[in-house]
Write a protein that binds this ligand. Sequence first.
Ligand SMILES: *Cc1c(COP(=O)(O)O)cnc(C)c1O
Length: 386
Amino acid sequence: MQPGDQYLLLPGPTQVPERVMRAMSSPMINHRGPKFKLLLEEVLEGIKQIHQSSGQVLIYPASGTGAMEAAVVNFISPGDRVLAVSIGAFGNRFAEIASRFGAEVEKLDFEWGCPADPEAIRKRLEEDEKRTIKAVLITHNETSTGVFNDLARIRALTSWHPALFLVDAVSSLAAIELKMDEWKLDVVVSGSQKAFMIPPGLSFLAYNEKAFEVYKQNKNHRFYWDIDFALRYLCKGQTPVTPPISLYFGMHEALKMMMEEGVSNVIARHYGYRDLVRTSAQAMGLNLLAADECASTAVTAVVAPPALGANKIRQYMLENFNIVLAGGQEHLDNVIFRIGHLGYVRELDLLTVVAALEITMRHFDYEGRMGAGVTAAQNCLLSKYR
Ligand SMILES: *Cc1c(COP(=O)(O)O)cnc(C)c1O
């Protein structure tokens, strides 16, 4: 980090490591040549490993929403009944995409800040005696609230139902454990700019055999997102459209970094970030939106003192310390601020954020002992390194 550099603590885009930046500055190569073929193969292999999947992965030049749309147009047909589980803004987005492409969407909404109730999902699927629900949409980590859904438990209760299970894992992959095969997740979508540590622009669609069978019968319109279009080129080690080669170089390097560290260590590191941020905020007397059991390892939503509001805090942090935090979305605007701690994060940067937050709160005459948050953060690190 250089003096004057910004502390970018958003839940995407996230900071990009120097190694990845350097890899991305490599000269262009022929995307129909042997070097790209090898690059593509290695990148796909790495992504599958992170999904803990033996299925297929496709890469699209797009933001995460692109892969969500790809999932809908390849696996859901117009008129299909779809159960869309939503615990926040991104759950709503998935439902909206399915609805725009002609699905008959039934929402199963949970309060923002809470996870989905696995029993409620099971119950709804049990009521579907004729098995007319074709797909279930769900967010793994709801970035708007900092809550994650317990997919292992939900699938343990629901995998008897034939509906395809489609997961938005854009902000969870590589930050929260996800076992695609073991948990019987049929389709998983993700994007490059969150825990993968590279800039925005790549999105990933992973699917299993069961989903592929459904795809073969699918009647939706598509061109860019079509799976067969991609597969016809993939067998030659190519992509149907010109790939963003620089991002592939970056992804290759980022995956190499993750493999060097060990994927399970990468995930474990995120649990440490979460605990540090939450413990410190609580030591400062601040409230957290999510309960401990469902608190995201990727992003923490802190509830601002209502009289002050979250946006003044964010503005002060930006103007005085060059620290960028995310705000709340929709009705949580000015209610919460969100600290992103996924991807390339150094724990001492989080300590800096806690220290700056304490100064900020003191500036606004918020009660609480200055240093309480930093001490809590230091104790988290001490117990780790002891
Ligand atoms: C970031 C994000 C997306 C996709 O956002 P894009 O801006 O399209 O990359 C989708 N779902 C979740 C949960 C996200 O965090």
